[in-house]
Design a protein around this ligand. Sequence first.
Ligand code: SF4
Length: 475
Amino acid sequence: MTLLPIIDDSPAPQPTPRAPQDGTSKGSYAFVSLGCPKNLVDSERMLGLLQLKGYELVADPDGSDFVVVNTCGFIERARDESFAAVDEMLQLKKDGRIKGVIVSGCLAERQKESLLEERPEIDALVGVFGREEITKVADRLLGNLEEQRSVFKPAPIRALPDRDRLRITPRHFSYLKISEGCDRLCTFCAIPKMRGKHATKPMEEILAEARQLADSGVRELIIVAQDTTYYGMDLYGEPRLTELLAELDKVDGLDWIRLMYFYPMYIDDRLIETIASSRRILPYLDMPLQHINNTMLRRMSRRVSREETESLLVKLRSGIPNLTMRTTFITGFPGETDAQFEELVDFVAEQRFERAGVFTYSLEGDTPAALIDGHLPEEVKNERRDRLMAVQQPIAFEHAQSQIGKKIEIILDQPAPGQKFAFIGRTLADAPDVDSVAYVTGTKKQRLKPGDIVSAEVVAAQDYDLIAAAVGKPH
Ligand code: SF4
């Protein structure tokens, strides 16, 4: 559970939204943000809107006027975490410590009826596409108006603006959401039910947002969407990610542009060349593959075969020098046989992905996969996940070892606790939260600070992580 605000001691400029200058506060609130980076962008947008309207964000919900819980509804574990956060806030309300609880985000979208039925003390539900209404909901809540419980908006499909956010990531990096929703129909996935069909954010809006972020001190921009490669299909009638990336690459002030959530379709030579020849786009790709056996891929409705995936991987590796590939897999999808799982194990061993995550299949009642035969016991799903990770782990460790002696660029995220002139950072092969970190030691003279990008010599590797010594001045 992330209770905001996160303390950020980086000295970069303040983010853009400004509270009213007359010093009046309409009320105080705390915010709990859960789930993925897409939801985090939504949280930041709601925080920005509330700030612009004069609401004051506080760190401790106890004693505030209201709390917003922006929930995740993806799989059971995420829902449980969201329920726990909502219940904790409802208890504060029951004890008379806060006036109201607003529940927003994916869970509010997915389980609106049961949420209100089982937790009638919730004051307002705000769906994924109702987030622009957050200040009206707060006004109504604090104004004791009757209709507050009906504010929930069923999702009209449109790409909402994400500008004027109050960012909660460290100032030097930010997520940039380029579209909403998803048109793929992967049978295990409930996301299109919560976030609707794909809706492209117009290119000029994204570029304006990127410039605003760069002006506010962002050096690393992390491109996110449910499906990044589908960008443009609904709005322009063709994929336009290549054009968008070429324009983003020109935004002054940015140093790194990181690409997440690629789908293994619509990646053509132009896109690969654009990434390879760009100034700022990193040779890093996050492309969830989920499985490699053709029967499994068909059952998952991935609409891409093993052969197509393999030839794409060859193209990516040969077209983008020093590429770091990140991917994810699902173990124990309904009907997965021992032989099909072994095929996946062999594939992971052969491909030697620098980064890979493995998840067990989660049965989601409202998805097509729930009706497929051959659901496997949790025990089997877990065993297979552990086995696949046992194959991947030494590959990742060897990759870390292979960096020893190299001089690489590292972005410094935060000071290392309890150590002088030492920082926790990331190489260009590491996205925040999901990948490894690099511990960097500097000297007093180097005057390193969070947000700096510094050259460093890797002196050791500790499992997934690197230990490095800063060389020269940061930039
Ligand atoms: S691409 Fe598939 S897994 Fe990803 S959000 Fe869309 S439907 Fe879900």
